[in-house]
Design a protein around this ligand. Structure first.
Ligand SMILES: *[C@@H]1O[C@H](CO)[C@@H](O)[C@H](O)[C@H]1NC(C)=O
Ligand SMILES: *[C@@H]1O[C@H](CO)[C@@H](O)[C@H](O)[C@H]1NC(C)=O
Length: 500
């Protein structure tokens, strides 16, 4: 687009910040980071940069994501709900599946109004064909890996140990073997920022592979935890988080040196709760963890930082209801572009809420609804047994202060204290927990840790929320199934690559 048209577009559309230039946007996702795994929620963790940015930005305290990476990543990219994408349950694995090719990624409208668009790290929106890769879906550059996770030093896949680090179409894993993922991404981020023409708007999706398993970290980050965390896994995990913190410090420093920071919006988020059972994450005091629909699985750590935020909003804690799909319309609008260029969004523009100039535009949020994940029909009992919404379906939603959970929870239902000084008595079980119970209702404002099920004394609230779930279920696509044939690894060369 030539600059005259670009300027005209900006004049016509204006931009929400009322300034000439659209902001640079740095979108940071830390994989599997738990609620209790940032310094500002847990002083044992050393994350000074995250704490400083969050402390002078806007902390989001009522912000929901999916219970695991795949739906969250795809919702983030599109502003559309997992139920609209058919991406809810199974991972893509090595099947020919992806974020559907007729969906619009956030990079596309940004690019249309002149942004340079970059992704570093984890892309989790499919890779079976070249068309699925981010540099063919609105991103100018891709430096990172496809799939769900990698080993942080070998950059190889857990499943088949093939390399998995690329720059656009090139496999670059070999030259980075033995170097640590988080450091590599930070360096690449610095290089991209240094090479960027600061007069042009900039979008960086910085998607760390940490703090996802495997638990690996350079030993220098462990020292600061020697006397505070005895459990070895938890110590490694904390050190991984501190390394991410340093990476963010380096990125913000690079922005500052290019004089870009003052015109940047930085968003920080986890993609789901900490993996309590399979890793060393902690969501304490919240209940449950990754893969569950308890708060520990779906309420995320998140904040927005930026000198562009109005002064009265800086350093605030925001309790407005927000969902991961809201970033798409919020950021695209902020950039002066039109978010409604593709299919119907589930996300809503929340900039006024973030800046404290208005309320959340949501009264409710659908957290999860997975039609093909049901408990036994035997459990369809009680007064809602004949409700049009099948209560054995796994679902969670919030309406105001209320949270309703139906069907299978998807994992442990305990409260787990972090294994830091003590490794004993860290699991607090619920003696009344009944896995056959299909309807649960909590008042999250009074009971953020989900201790007291109020469904029996609030039938009218349950009924209203089930009616909403029923409406959502009409719009719900079944999860895309695992299409065959699977990938043929033989023809791929060194790195895991498209095969169709
Ligand atoms: C941050 O930058 C310093 C100085 O260049 C470097 O030594 C360090 O490894 C970087 N940290 C990360 C996590 O990239
Ligand atoms: C469900 O959808 C119908 C039709 O759009 C609407 O009239 C009704 O109010 C909705 N119910 C709830 C509880 O939102």
């Amino acid at each position: 687009m030539n600059t005259v048209i670009f300027t005209l577009l900006l004049l016509v559309s204006g931009n929400v910040l009322g300034q000439e230039k659209p902001p640079h946007i740095i979108f940071i996702v830390v994989d599997d980071l738990g609620w209790n795994d940032v310094g500002y929620n847990n002083p044992v963790f050393k994350t000074p940069t995250i704490d400083r940015l969050a402390g002078s930005g806007v902390k989001l305290l009522n912000y929901y994501v999916a219970s695991h990476c795949l739906p969250s990543r795809n919702m983030l990219m599109t502003g559309r709900h997992a139920i609209q994408l058919g991406i809810q349950r199974h991972g893509f694995g090595y099947h020919p599946r992806s974020l559907p090719l007729d969906e619009t990624t956030i990079a596309q409208p940004l690019k249309q109004v002149g942004y340079s668009t970059h992704i570093i790290g984890k892309w989790h929106c499919g890779f079976y064909s070249d068309n699925c890769l981010p540099h063919n879906r609105g991103f100018d550059t891709f430096f990172g890996f496809v799939g769900a996770g990698i080993e942080h030093y070998t950059h190889s896949d857990h499943f088949n140990h093939m390399h998995n680090l690329r720059k656009n179409d090139d496999c670059i894993a070999k030259q980075y073997i033995g170097k640590y993922s988080t450091t590599i991404y930070a360096n690449e981020g610095k290089n991209i920022i240094n090479a960027h023409d600061q007069n042009k708007p900039f979008f960086l999706y910085l998607s760390f592979s940490a703090v996802h398993t495997p638990l690996e970290v350079p030993s220098s980050y462990l020292k600061q935890y020697e006397s505070t965390i005895y459990d070895e896994d938890r110590r490694t995990y904390a050190a991984m988080t501190s390394c991410v913190d340093e990476a963010i410090a380096n990125i913000t420093e690079a922005l500052e040196e290019k004089d870009m920071l003052k015109n940047s919006i930085i968003v920080f988020t986890s993609d789901n709760g900490g993996a309590v059972e399979r890793s060393a994450g902690s969501n304490w005091p919240l209940r449950g963890g990754k893969h569950t629909i308890w708060e520990g699985g779906v309420k995320a750590v998140g904040f927005v930082y930026g000198e562009l935020l109005p002064h009265h909003s800086r350093g605030t804690e925001n309790t407005g209801l927000m969902h991961i799909t809201d970033w798409f319309p919020t950021l695209v609008t902020l950039a002066g572009a039109n978010p409604h260029v593709g299919k119907k969004l589930y996300g809503v523009d929340q900039w006024k809420m973030v800046t404290g100039e208005g309320k959340s535009r949501r009264d409710d949020v659908l957290i999860e609804l997975v039609k093909d994940n049901k408990a036994s029909t035997r459990y369809r009992t009680g007064i809602f047994k004949n409700h049009p919404f099948d209560i054995t379906t796994r679902a969670a939603m919030k309406m105001g202060k209320w949270k309703l959970l139906t069907g299978p929870i998807g994992g442990a239902s305990d409260w787990v204290k972090p294994k830091e000084m003590n490794s004993e008595h860290s699991v607090i079980e619920d003696p009344d927990f009944d896995a056959t119970r299909m309807v649960r209702l909590y008042n999250i404002e009074d009971d953020p840790t989900e201790t007291t099920d109020l469904s029996e004394i609030n039938h009218h609230i349950v009924a209203e929320m089930l009616a909403k779930l029923h409406n959502f279920s009409k719009e719900t696509l079944l999860g895309q199934s695992r299409i065959f044939p699977r990938a043929n690894f033989d023809g791929m060369g060194e790195c895991i690559s498209p095969w169709v």
